[in-house]
Design a protein around this ligand. Structure first.
Ligand code: PLP
Length: 373
């Protein structure tokens, strides 16, 4: 049997990783500024993280959500504290797309309405429900046409209000910072307007923090730069540092009804051991602040060049937009300088490094980019 060939692969086979470093099967060492697509939050194979998983595996690997699981309660407690959302509730699932589906479902249960407003260039996942609010013709299949979604331009509050006034919108879903669409930041005032408009028209503001959350931008969630409190916040990626895990934070305005949401694997013991370890490490090593500081240092030190159009983002969620196709630049970074980076569209190098990135590592990247340019 062969693998279904849907991924463009670099010819690199990682076999070992530690902190922000990855080694391939030929012994070549790489600097990882991509974190497996924003997944590595506390660094690869952090000893406390590894120990927590091993310890849990010795006790109990899996049992269903029909029994008490103290690790979920522990996570809810820690997450409430770390994020400042102690009055919200936590529902656990397995991925970012599933979190967004659960959020939209909950918004429609809560409001009794069925239309969703999303934004051009957004990305919310690959399940049919999540992809329906994803504005990329390459991945939207005819099947998604069944969903009721209206796309507005980012930062156009008037357009959003026009839709909300029609009275059939259950919610507005927006990324804290658009990731796959090219590191596009919602204006702070725009986020505040969405918050006000959603309350005014009885719709739920859903903040997709799957990529922009968990400390990445220098605050726990990116929307906290706007000082708003959305109805639902969705999470995934870095929440368990690579162990599949997702979840949503739900405002106290929502009433839980038995059977409303559910999942087999969500909140399982191993994912919870991993997620609890992540929050402990983030807290003890002050990784949110580190992401903010090191990310801002990179932003300020990207060499100026006529080939670079703009550097956008916050903390360690950065996009370097070029005036040209970045594929050759990324290849040079990977194969000559041994640095992993990501991409958005054709012209943007996207950085989503582990939150523990050190200043020296950031300097190594900036110097490598200078040499390439
Ligand atoms: N939402 C955002 C903002 C994302 O960036 C992604 C993945 O890239 C998702 C949702 C989907 O997450 P997952 O691939 O874990 O389903």
């Amino acid at each position: 049997m062969e693998l279904f060939d849907v991924y463009s692969l670099f010819d690199v086979t990682p076999v070992k990783a530690q902190g922000c470093r990855v080694w391939d099967d030929k012994g070549v060492e790489y600097l990882d500024l991509y974190g497996g697509h924003a997944v590595i939050s506390v660094g690869h194979t952090h000893p406390r993280y590894v120990a927590a998983l091993k310890d849990q595996l010795d006790k109990i690997g899996f049992y269903s959500n029909s029994v008490q699981n103290p690790l979920q309660v522990e996570l809810a407690h820690k997450l409430g504290k770390a994020s400042g959302y102690e009055d919200y509730s936590l529902f656990l699932d397995n991925s970012g797309a599933e979190s967004n589906e659960n959020a939209m479902k909950l918004a429609s249960f809560h409001t009794g309405k069925d239309r969703i407003i999303a934004f051009h260039k957004s990305f919310h996942g690959r399940t049919s429900g999540a992809v329906a609010v994803t504005d990329n013709p390459k991945i939207v299949s005819p099947f998604n046409a069944v969903h009721k979604v209206t796309f507005c331009d980012l930062n156009d509050a008037e357009a959003v209000e026009k839709e909300l006034m029609k009275g059939d919108c259950a919610g507005v879903i927006i990324e804290g910072i658009q990731g796959c669409g090219g590191i596009n930041l919602p204006d702070i005032e725009f986020l505040r307007s969405l918050d006000v408009l959603c309350r005014k028209y009885d719709a739920v503001l859903i903040l997709d923090e799957v990529q922009s959350g968990y400390g990445r931008t220098g605050k726990f969630f990116a929307h906290q730069w706007a000082d708003i409190k959305p109805g639902i916040i969705t999470m995934g990626k870095g929440i368990a540092n690579g162990f599949p895990c997702g979840g949503i934070l739900i405002s106290p305005e929502f009433e839980a009804v038995k059977g409303m949401l559910g999942t087999t694997f969500g909140g399982n013991y191993l994912a919870m051991a991993a997620a609890n370890a992540v929050l402990d490490i983030m807290n003890d090593e002050k990784l949110v602040a580190n992401a903010g500081e090191v990310g801002e240092w990179i932003k300020a030190n990207i060499p100026s060049s006529p080939r670079i159009k703009e550097v956008r983002g916050r903390g360690l969620m950065l996009g370097i937009e070029f005036n040209e196709d970045v594929a050759p630049i990324r290849k040079k970074l990977l194969f000559e300088k041994h640095i992993f980076t990501g991409v958005a569209g054709k012209n943007m190098v996207r950085l989503l490094a582990p939150l523990c990135l050190k200043k020296e590592e950031a300097e190594a990247f900036v110097n490598a980019l200078k040499e390439i340019l």
